[in-house]
Design a protein around this ligand. Sequence first.
Ligand SMILES: Cc1cc2nc3c(=O)[nH]c(=O)nc-3n(C[C@H](O)[C@H](O)[C@H](O)COP(=O)(O)O)c2cc1C
Length: 383
Amino acid sequence: MTNKTLLAPYSSAALGSLPNRIVMAPMSRHRATEDGTPLPVVADHYAQRASAGLIVTEGIWPSSRGQSGWRFPGLETAAHIAGWRRVTDAVHAAGGRIYAQLMHGGRHGHPLSRIDGDVPAAPSAVLVDPGRVHVRDGAKADPVTPREMTVEEIHTAVRDFADAARNAIEAGFDGVELHGANSYLIHQFLADNSNLRDDAYGRGSVADRIRFAVEVVRAVADAIGAGRLGLRLSPGNPQFGMAEADPGPVYRALLDEVDPLGLAYLHLTGNDRYPALADLRPHWHGTLIANVGENGDPTTREAGEAVLASGIADLVSYGRAFISNPDLPERFAAGAPLQEIDPAHLYTHGAEGYTDYPSLKELKELKDREGLLVTAGQTSTRT
Ligand SMILES: Cc1cc2nc3c(=O)[nH]c(=O)nc-3n(C[C@H](O)[C@H](O)[C@H](O)COP(=O)(O)O)c2cc1C
């Protein structure tokens, strides 16, 4: 029988052999140039976290049409690909595995945060409510009402995802995760109050509501192979004003469509309102990564062990704990206390609060050095 604990290895045909079941969850940290190229410090950040079973990057825009925040990274241009190549090389050299999360912002975009300065397009012309948007120069602004996407623009968005996925593979990523969660474009098509369309992508039937998500999954699977593709979903997550009265039928239908494709994994977030993990597990036969932290506090070791022991999940993703503990698996193994996040530097653009959280090994070296200094000081006082 498989030993389902966080520190036990995991393997699947698509993911290969992972040394543990701890996944680093995608987290936007705004460390890109203004044109969307990841800064050199991004390579250090992810390489420091290479002991994760798998790293999923922050959300990356597939084309500038999907840019949702200023200094968020992209995967559209040769400069982006070269920037991400430095990251994947660093992670692989440190022994890790890394997927790129493709995140189209839809209505999260803002003329002041997009390189092209355009008003964003979304399934329907519905304002994000509530929510402030990250814009130029570290500021936040009230959201703007998006334009309703034409069918041609929907097809373009599908192609953008597929093109960016090819770019991700060229940049050396082990695979791609589609961000279908937390109120971004794919979720905007799935949810009740952000998709008021009456065409084949709209609210008329469950088949229409899931059509965009299914088309994106198929297009990306065709582009890079289903075995290099993961899908993230957060059914019923009310973040940024999303409303889904009855997520079950929508997400069960979506999984029934994409499960047979044989994706690398499903990354699923549960919440208090809808028991997504338990309800949807029977509709997913492949690897399931659970995220159990959307209800307030950062995911604990105990919560992760519990969802593995329940048999529902194969892997568990950790977000905030990985920000402040680059060596999270080693800390769990040692039973060491976790370091706290520095909230002031979550969304700044430098190394501070990003690559300066020490590992256990670095802490020990620091203590040893301080011990030596104290010893040297005592010696010199005595002579
Ligand atoms: C700073 C920050 C940025 C985030 N950015 C993303 C993102 O780009 N894509 C995404 O899917 N989730 C994002 N999330 C959500 C996390 O992936 C994760 O689901 C959440 O933090 C809950 O897990 P935790 O309790 O382990 O932190 C972000 C979370 C945080 C704290």
